[in-house]
Design a protein. Structure first.
Length: 791
């Protein structure tokens, strides 16, 4: 193609070297531009080539072939990029446009990315595996527990099983070339370093692993030779449990401490600066943090198992997935994948895969997996990629010397990314913070456990749930949620129950309603059950008032009950107990006595000889006239032979039943009986009581009477048994013990220490078993009077 170049063309009309046409001007003698065959041939072939390129033939009668050809050759609104697709050049077009990641990104759904690309395949059993294992005395096998990709090197940590002090670091290049191994003395019984950091930030090439007693151990890699023991440079007491990560002068360390109480759930992370000074703490949600193994707790299979943590520039990534053998039944503990959190522990993105479905995808991709397990995570040096380590072969297979480990780039958008959408699976979600404010799923049957899906039926089940998930608070209303208390009884309707978790072992429970309430403490027993320990006063109840007034004032501490008229006004209420505290007296009034409230008309006292039985017997009554009487006639005594009142003060004498209708077998005394009566006159003596002398000394007073043993002897001398008569009594009594109480300081629900009394379990002997003899003086006097009368 060319511009007009005849001699009469207008030179540089459109710029230097860009000729144009002119009409000419006869007045000035300027000729019009001449047209030659070259120019018309060029125009013809340029236009015809477009038409023919579209696949059409030239038609003399048509004047729209150029437009039709352009539409066919260029993009159409009705079929955008159709020509690119029909040419089979989609990938080339995307690459040319710098959009090669678009294809991979389109593999994922709207909310997350389930694509992963293979960074590297490595052997599970590295080239020197057998040699190293043989050199470790007592070792049965070695297993990867962490890795890092940095400085064009790949480092893998192998933990020796059973656990030993010495473990192994294996080194590859990022192209997969094996470069050897090193020993690190970081371990010990029960120690697993689920993390590995290699950095030059600490003055040389340094390697960090977790060790015993919460120590982070620092080793030197400078000049390290394969097979050598890396020298220990330093130890840092950061309280590490297993997992840790480092990036840009910031350490994130999993803490060997519980979030609540004594149950370690591996949810707490400390943040340290470059000098290992603690600068912060954050927690991950329990269901996103995981348990140590699926057998750690009954809830463990319900949550994904965290296997590693890595710090990005503005995010935290965690890898998940316990061991899963192909064909086995999968719990959420074995679900594989990665979750990404903000620096304060809020989840931002995740890709979690069903382990069997993941194995199926890998199989279709040409892998030969016999199992799957995640064993670590790291961030690329540039911060743009998240890498995870998956083990897909059993170590006993011969292929494990050639393969078995795959390092994958998570959330990949590369052209070679593997689509794992078919393996993505919905697992149990759980929000302990949401649950703590009392929002629980409900069903027609009641309140649903958000982890197990079962219905709560008792406080014991609720406390077990709170302990397992470290939930701090729990509240419910029994009108909509019927629940049994720790004794197995239904909590009444319209009760609001509020539970505070003190330390995953002790719980403070409050029950309140419009009529009142109680507070008590429940503790975990050795058997794992929950037992009621102690009830506290309910100071807020509208029928119980404790310490109403300020300190120093007279107090009226009261228990009030509703009468048949109700409890809306004070004059409708019954004052049950009134404890009045003034400067000189602490008075306890039972049954009323206040002009403000109603009083009891009858007060009954009941007891039960069986501590484990229900019911009981009413024994005594104070009637509306103030008389104290037995509840049943001629049934109960005042005192025992060994527990006697000291004195009885009475305005008149006692009255004994003497009605003939209550008596039988009336006879006069025999001669032998009269002789006994006369003899007893000679046994009248004066005496003092031993306990009185013991307490009063010579001030103890003298008494006149007879001795019971003398009475027994005199009857016996006449051949009579004194115990056949109501005159003489002999009572046996058992040994008496009392509870020994101690005192201790107890943390109350208000967080303050208060002293409480408790049963120490010890019992103190206060009276040995024995017997005591006594006489009925009124009958003895009648008996002796008979001898004086000559009857």
């Amino acid at each position: 193609m060319h511009r007009i170049d005849t001699k009469t063309a207008q030179k540089d009309k459109f710029g230097a070297g860009k000729n144009g046409f002119t009409r000419g001007n006869p007045q000035t003698g300027t000729p019009a531009t001449d047209l030659d065959d070259d120019y018309f041939d060029m125009l013809q072939e340029e236009l015809c080539s477009v038409v023919e390129a579209s696949g059409a033939s030239l038609e003399k009668a048509r004047h729209d072939q150029l437009l039709t050809a352009l539409r066919a050759l260029l993009l159409s609104r009705k079929n955008p990029f159709g020509d690119i697709k029909s040419d089979g050049t989609v990938e080339r077009a995307l690459e040319n446009l710098g959009l090669q990641d678009v294809k991979a990104g389109s593999l994922n759904n709207l909310y997350t990315n389930h694509s992963r690309s293979v960074l590297m395949e490595l052997p599970l059993l590295f080239p020197d595996y057998d040699t190293v294992l043989a050199a470790q005395s007592g070792a049965e096998y070695m297993y990867p527990q962490g890795f890092v990709v940095t400085g064009e090197k790949i480092y893998l940590s192998y933990t020796v099983e059973p656990k030993q002090t010495r473990n192994v670091i294996v080194q590859y290049t990022t192209s997969g070339e094996y470069e050897g191994y090193y020993y690190v003395d970081n371990g010990g019984r029960g120690v697993v370093s689920e993390g590995l950091v290699v950095t030059t930030d600490y003055g040389g090439l340094r390697l960090f692993m977790s060790g015993e007693n919460g120590l982070l151990k620092q080793f030197s890699l400078d000049g390290a030779i394969s097979g050598s023991v890396l020298p220990l440079i330093d130890e840092h007491d950061v309280g590490v449990y297993n997992q840790f990560s480092y990036r840009k002068n910031r350490w994130v360390v999993e803490q060997s401490a519980p979030e609540v109480g004594g149950l370690i759930t591996r949810t707490v992370f400390a943040v340290y600066d470059f000098q290992f000074r603690r600068t912060g703490t954050f927690t991950l949600p329990l269901h996103d943090s995981g348990y140590i193994t699926e057998s750690t707790d009954s809830y463990a299979r319900r949550f994904t198992k965290r296997q590693g943590i890595a710090v990005g520039d503005d995010y935290i990534a965690c890898s998940y997935g316990g061991y899963f053998n192909t064909g086995a039944s999968a719990g959420f503990n074995q679900f594989q994948g990665v979750k990404v959190f903000s620096p304060d522990g809020v989840k931002q993105q995740e890709s979690i895969l069903h382990p069997q479905k993941m194995i199926d995808v890998l199989t279709r991709q040409g892998f030969t997996p016999s199992r799957i397990e995640n064993e670590g995570i790291c961030i690329s040096d540039d911060g743009g990629s998240i890498y995870s380590l998956y083990i897909f072969l059993e170590r006993g297979l011969p292929q494990a010397y050639q393969k078995g480990i795959v390092l994958m780039k998570e959330f990949s958008t590369g052209r070679d990314a593997i689509d794992f959408r078919q393996a993505a699976w919905l697992y149990t979600g759980f929000d302990v913070s949401h649950a703590s404010i009392g929002t629980f799923p409900r069903s027609a049957q009641g309140l649903v456990n958000p982890v197990l899906g079962t219905v709560f039926t008792s406080l014991s089940e609720i406390l077990a749930y709170m302990r397992s998930v470290s939930q701090k608070w729990f509240c419910l209303h029994t009108t909509t949620t019927p629940i049994k208390d720790l004794s197995g009884n239904d909590i009444p309707a319209d009760n609001y129950v509020f539970i505070k978790n003190a330390n995953n072992q002790t719980f403070y429970i409050t029950q309140e309603s419009a009529e009142g309430g109680i507070k008590y403490k429940a503790v975990t027993t050795d058997s794992g059950e929950y037992g009621f320990q102690r009830q506290r006063e309910a100071i807020w109840s509208n029928v119980i008032t404790i310490a109403q007034k300020s300190d120093g004032e007279d107090q009226f501490n009261r228990i009030i009950a509703a009468s048949k008229s109700g409890s809306g006004k004070n004059q409708d209420k019954i004052l049950v107990v009134d404890q009045q505290a003034s400067e000189g007296n602490n008075t306890l009034v039972i049954g009323g006595g206040s002009s403000v409230f109603r009083s009891a008309t009858v007060i009954d006292f009941a007891t039960n000889q069986d501590a484990n039985a229900t019911g009981g017997e009413k024994r005594w009554r104070i009637d509306s006239s103030g008389n104290l009487r037995p509840y049943t006639d001629n049934t109960y005594s005042i005192g025992y032979a060994s527990w006697r009142p000291a004195q009885v003060y009475s305005a008149t004498g006692s009255i004994s039943t003497s009605d003939r209708t209550h008596k039988q077998d009336e006879t006069i005394l025999s001669d032998a009986e009269k002789r006994v009566a006369r003899k007893l006159l000679g046994y009248i003596c004066r005496f003092r009581f031993r306990d009185a002398v013991s307490s009063k000394g010579n001030a103890a007073r003298w008494h006149v009477g007879v001795i019971a043993q003398d009475v027994q002897k005199v009857f016996s001398e006449e051949g009579l048994d004194a115990f056949d008569y109501g005159i003489l009594c002999r009572d046996e009594y058992p040994a008496e013990y009392e509870v020994v109480y101690g005192t201790r300081m107890e943390l109350g629900p208000d967080g303050l220490l208060t002293m409480e009394e408790y049963d120490t379990g010890e019992r103190k002997l206060v009276r040995e078993a024995g017997e005591i003899m006594s006489v009925r003086n009124d009958e003895l006097h009648y008996f002796m009077l008979a001898s004086l009368s000559g009857q």
